[in-house]
Design a protein around this ligand. Structure first.
Ligand SMILES: Nc1ncnc2c1ncn2[C@@H]1O[C@H](COP(=O)(O)OP(=O)(O)O)[C@@H](O)[C@H]1O
Ligand SMILES: O=P(O)(O)OC[C@H]1O[C@](O)(COP(=O)(O)O)[C@@H](O)[C@@H]1O
Ligand SMILES: [Mg+2]
Length: 527
C-alpha cells in the first residue's frame, strides 16, 4: 500500500471462547491492515483462540509444528535479511566509560569484553506463564481443546555485543503519531540519551507525526541530551503529533533525502502499521534503515504486552474524576455521577479505574454489550441503587454502547471511526428515565478524557518509558527493523510489528480481571 488512506481492510475473524456454546461464537472486525500476513495463522490472544486455518489436532506433531510456526512468526526481521554481507562491529555501548573521552577511545570503541552487560541474541522470554489445566478455567488461553501446555518464547530486548551501524554514520529520527499519551516525552528523552551514549551525533525530531515528513514548512528539530533534559516534566509531545499524513513512498523518499537510517516511531496500532510498511519499503528499495516502534496508547490495546506506557498514569488520573463524581453524587439527594473515560474499542482504562477507585457501581465497556432499558437494563439498576444506597456512580468507556447512538460512518484523518458520545447519551437517558418514573435524580456528567491524556507520566510509567526508549535504541543498533518493544510478564522483549497489531487487544470478559471488576462494583448482568 502506498498511501496512508486507511480504508482499513477489515477481515472477519472467527473467535472461539472456550466455555461458551458454539452458538456464542463471536465475530470481530480487525481495524488494521497489518493483519494481512498474520491472518492465515493460528493465534491466541487474551482468553480467545483464533484459528485460521484450523490446526489439525489429530496430527501427532501438531505441537511441534505450532511451535516452529510460532518461532518463525516471532523471528525478528534483521538488516542482514536484505544485506546478507552486512558486517557487525563491536558495540560502542558500554557503561565502563571515561570522562572526558580520552585518546584511548579515539580510534576505536570502548567495548569491554569483561563487561557482562549484553544480551545474547538467543536469550528468550516466555510469553505465556500460566498452565491452564482445563479450557473451562477462568480466562483460559488454550491452543487445543485439551489445553495442552505449549511453550512460546519471544526475543529478549537489550544491548547486543555486536552492532550493525557505526554511530558516526547514523542519522536517527524520532516521530510521534496519533493521539497524545502520558510518557511520550520520557521516551523521546531516553532515545536521545541512549543514542548519544552509543556515540550518535545526528539526532532529529520529525514535527507533527508522519505529516512532518511531507510538509516542507515543518523543519526537523535537532535533538541532544541538553534539549531533552527536562522534557519529561511536561505532558504532550515535544515534537507534536498528528493523524493522517503522507503516503509511505513520500515518507521513505523524505527519509532518503534527509539521510535518515534509524527511525524511532512512537504510536499506536495505526502508527505501527505505518512503521511496518516503511520498513518493508526500505527493504524493497535496498536502503539500510532500522525502523523501531515504541507502542504508545493509553487505551492499552496493543496485543501481547502487560501494558503500554501512559496507561498507568491514565488510570491514576481517572481516579480524580471518579472521586469528584462520587463526591457530587454522594452529596446530592439521589445523586448520579457519570464519568466517561477513553477506550475506543478496549475498556481497559474504565475497568482498571473502576477497580482502583472502589467508588464505581456500574462499569460499562465496549467488550460487554448491555441494555439501557428493560428489566435487566442499566437504568433499572440505577433506580435500585438510588432506592437502596441513595446515590450511584457510573464509569463508561467511550467505545461502549455505540449501538445506541446514531451511526455516522465519519472517520478521522487516520481512518479511525469517530464515535458518538455515550457519556452524554447516558446522562440524557438517565435524566429522562427518572423523570418518567417520577423519581428525583440529580445527574452530573464528567468527561475528563483530554485532561487525562495530557498529563505527564507518573513514576511507574516514567520507568517503563525509560526501559522501552533505551531498548528501542539497542534494537536498532542490533540491526533489527520492523520491530517494536514491549513488556511481557515483567520482562522486556522485541516483537515483530505485525504480531502486536493484527487486531486491537480487548478486555476478555471471561478474565479474572473483569470478574474482579464485577465483584467490586456489584453490578448485575445487563445483557
Ligand atoms: N494501516 C495503516 N498503514 C499505514 N499508516 C497508518 C495506518 N493506520 C494509520 N496510519 C498512520 O499512522 C498515524 C497514526 O495513526 P492513528 O490511528 O491516528 O493513531 P495510533 O497510531 O495511535 O493508532 C497516522 O499518521 C496514520 O495516517
Ligand atoms: O480526539 P482524538 O485525537 O481523535 O483522540 C481520541 C482517541 O484517542 C485515544 O485516546 C487514543 O487513540 P490512539 O491510540 O489512536 O492515539 C482514543 O481512546 C480516543 O478515541
Ligand atoms: Mg489506534
Amino acid at each position: 500500500m502506498d498511501t496512508i488512506s486507511h480504508s482499513i481492510i477489515a477481515p472477519k475473524l472467527t473467535i472461539f471462547r472456550y466455555g461458551l456454546s458454539p452458538s456464542k461464537h463471536l465475530t470481530l472486525r480487525s481495524n488494521s491492515t497489518a493483519r494481512t500476513n498474520a491472518a492465515s495463522r493460528s493465534r491466541v490472544s487474551a482468553g480467545i483462540k483464533i484459528q485460521n486455518p484450523p490446526i489439525d489436532f489429530s496430527d501427532p506433531d501438531w505441537k511441534s509444528k505450532f511451535q516452529s510456526d510460532f518461532e518463525k512468526r516471532f523471528n525478528l526481521p534483521h538488516i542482514t535479511d536484505t544485506f546478507p554481507d552486512a558486517e557487525p562491529i563491536p558495540s560502542t555501548f558500554c557503561l565502563k566509560m571515561r570522562t572526558p573521552v580520552t585518546e584511548e577511545f579515539r580510534g576505536g570503541y570502548p567495548s569491554d569484553e569483561e563487561w557482562h552487560g549484553y544480551i545474547n541474541n538467543n536469550d528468550r522470554v516466555l510469553l505465556k506463564t500460566i498452565y491452564y489445566s482445563s479450557p473451562t478455567s477462568a480466562g483460559a488461553e488454550c491452543i487445543d481443546p485439551d489445553c495442552t501446555w505449549v511453550e512460546q518464547w519471544v526475543h529478549r530486548a537489550g544491548p547486543r555485543e555486536k552492532i550493525y551501524f557505526k554511530p558516526e554514520e547514523v542519522k536517527a529520527a524520532i516521530v510521534t503519531c496519533g493521539g497524545l499519551c502520558p510518557g511520550l516525552n520520557d521516551v523521546i528523552r531516553q532515545i536521545v540519551i541512549t543514542l548519544e551514549i552509543y556515540g550518535v551525533k545526528k539526532i532529529v525530531g520529525i514535527p507533527y507525526g508522519y505529516r512532518g515528513f511531507s510538509d516542507k514548512e515543518l523543519a526537523e528539530m535537532p535533538l541532544t541530551r541538553k534539549v531533552v533534559q527536562n522534557v519529561h516534566l511536561s505532558g504532550g509531545s515535544l515534537l507534536g503529533v498528528s493523524r493522517g499524513g503522507p503516503g509511505i513512498s513520500e515518507i521513505v523518499d523524505s527519509m532518503e533525502e534527509r539521510g535518515i537510517n534509524m527511525l524511532f516511531v512512537l504510536g499506536g496500532n495505526g502508527t505501527h502499521a505505518g512503521a511496518n510498511v516503511i520498513h518493508k519499503e526500505c527493504c524493497r528499495r535496498g536502503v539500510k534503515v532500522a525502523v523501531v516502534g515504541v507502542p504508545k496508547t493509553i487505551d492499552n490495546d496493543i496485543l501481547l504486552m502487560d501494558k503500554t506506557f501512559g496507561f498507568d498514569t491514565a488510570v491514576e488520573e481517572a481516579q480524580r474524576a471518579i472521586n469528584s463524581a462520587y463526591i457530587e453524587a454522594h452529596s446530592a439527594f439521589h445523586g448520579i455521577g457519570i464519568v466517561k473515560l477513553m477506550g475506543r474499542s478496549s475498556g481497559f482504562i474504565a475497568m482498571h479505574a473502576s477497580l482502583a477507585s472502589g467508588q464505581i457501581d456500574i462499569c460499562l465497556i465496549p467488550e460487554v454489550p448491555f441494555h439501557l432499558h428493560g428489566p435487566h437494563g442499566v437504568l433499572r439498576h440505577l433506580k435500585y441503587l438510588i432506592e437502596t444506597k441513595g446515590s450511584a456512580v457510573v464509569c463508561v468507556a467511550e467505545g461502549a454502547g455505540q449501538d445506541f447512538l446514531k451511526q455516522t460512518n465519519a472517520k478521522d484523518a487516520s481512518g479511525n471511526a469517530i464515535l458518538g458520545d455515550i457519556g452524554v447519551h447516558l446522562q440524557q437517558e438517565t435524566k429522562k428515565y427518572f423523570k418518567e418514573i417520577g423519581i428525583t435524580a440529580d445527574v452530573k456528567y464528567i468527561d475528563p478524557t483530554y485532561m487525562i491524556r495530557a498529563c505527564r507520566a507518573n513514576a511507574s510509567d516514567g520507568i517503563l518509558c525509560t526501559v522501552l526508549g533505551q531498548n528501542a535504541v539497542h534494537g536498532a543498533f542490533a540491526g533489527y527493523s520492523g520491530i517494536t518493544v514491549g513488556i511481557c510478564n515483567t520482562h522486556y522483549v522485541y516483537l515483530p510489528i505485525p504480531e502486536v497489531i493484527s487486531y486491537p487487544r480487548l478486555v476478555d470478559r471471561n478474565s479474572r480481571m473483569w470478574h474482579r471488576c464485577l465483584t467490586s462494583t456489584g453490578q448485575p448482568d445487563f445483557e
